[in-house]
Design a protein around this ligand. Sequence first.
Ligand SMILES: Cc1cc2nc3c(=O)[nH]c(=O)nc-3n(C[C@H](O)[C@H](O)[C@H](O)COP(=O)(O)OP(=O)(O)OC[C@H]3O[C@@H](n4cnc5c(N)ncnc54)[C@H](O)[C@@H]3O)c2cc1C
Length: 336
Amino acid sequence: MSSLQCYSTFKIDVSCAAITSFTDVASFLSLYDAKKLTYLLGGGSNSIFIEDFEGSILVNKIMGITHYDTPQNHHLRVGAGENWHELVTLCLQNKWYGMENLALIPGSVGACPIQNIGAYGCEVEKFIDSVECVLLETGEQVLLNNVDCQFGYRDSIFKHDLAGKVLITHVNFTLPKAYELETSYGELAQLDEPTPEKIYHKVIEVRQSKLPDPAQLGNAGSFFKNPVIDQAQFDAISENYASVPHFMVTDDREGRDERVKIPAAWLIDQAGFKGKTLNGVRCHPTQPLVLTNIGGASGADVLAMARDIVSSVKQKFGISLEAEVRLVGKTGLITL
Ligand SMILES: Cc1cc2nc3c(=O)[nH]c(=O)nc-3n(C[C@H](O)[C@H](O)[C@H](O)COP(=O)(O)OP(=O)(O)OC[C@H]3O[C@@H](n4cnc5c(N)ncnc54)[C@H](O)[C@@H]3O)c2cc1C
């Protein structure tokens, strides 16, 4: 058995049958066996291993970044094993601007399309031109363009029709030279004469002040997605909670517009969980959307805390919170 503790930023002390890395498609295909239980892993910052995993872990280390430019755009082809934040930093250093709002998000480039990573008013789908994949069943290499990826809020085809069916090998990005700065979000709106460099440094500063560093305190970032609800349900909530924070959204997967997104952190706080501890798991005091491993947390502790939050929020507001993190059990993904 191999220890998984260092392979997930939540750092639960569990193990699996074997852990192997691969650096190219050929070595992946020689390792992968569709008949055997396997979990593909990047940086492990969105995967919490709840108990011993009975199968093998294959860690994507496909590296390499190539760049060319056209009169309008910078184009990048990036290996899925590259580190996301290092890519954002490299782009900034080369004045290939646009992705600075997404600085300091942990994890690999290969995982970024899966949940369409986003922060500070920006989602990665805006820059993804196409995603190169290998179909696990046949070994065939396919290219999905931006529309094929069916991006949504923390969502994509990789969580639906293609869930567990592909290895992402490379992501192709297009960064327009006529970039637009995104400064509508919170602290960024206060920047004096904003530049991409100022946004990058401000995002890092704000993230470091609010979010626990996984190197110091095990966590997997936002544990839950921000729920999106109907206007009528929102109106009913705001009758009792006049100051409920909210944002109008129009890009819902089901094609309905005029829906309302409520910060899950606010709901969790209102339900009384901010700062609450259950054995080794704590609901983070400055950002209740994050659960942390304060030392020796077990998978059972994580599930108990998360399920308690879900049922309390449901009881108080009638809203069902969904996990943003991947919870991995003995034989694969488990739900709350
Ligand atoms: C402190 C902290 C802050 C965070 N902040 C944000 C944030 O602001 N915004 C945000 O969107 N997310 C955030 N996250 C979540 C996380 O960083 C992202 O989801 C990231 O994209 C996960 O990358 P990873 O390589 O670590 O994924 P992993 O946990 O390794 O994998 C995630 C999922 O993708 C699959 N997968 C990984 N690589 C591949 C591949 N090459 N091919 C096919 N499947 C693959 C895995 O099987 C798994 O199901 C945060 C996490 C932490 C710990």
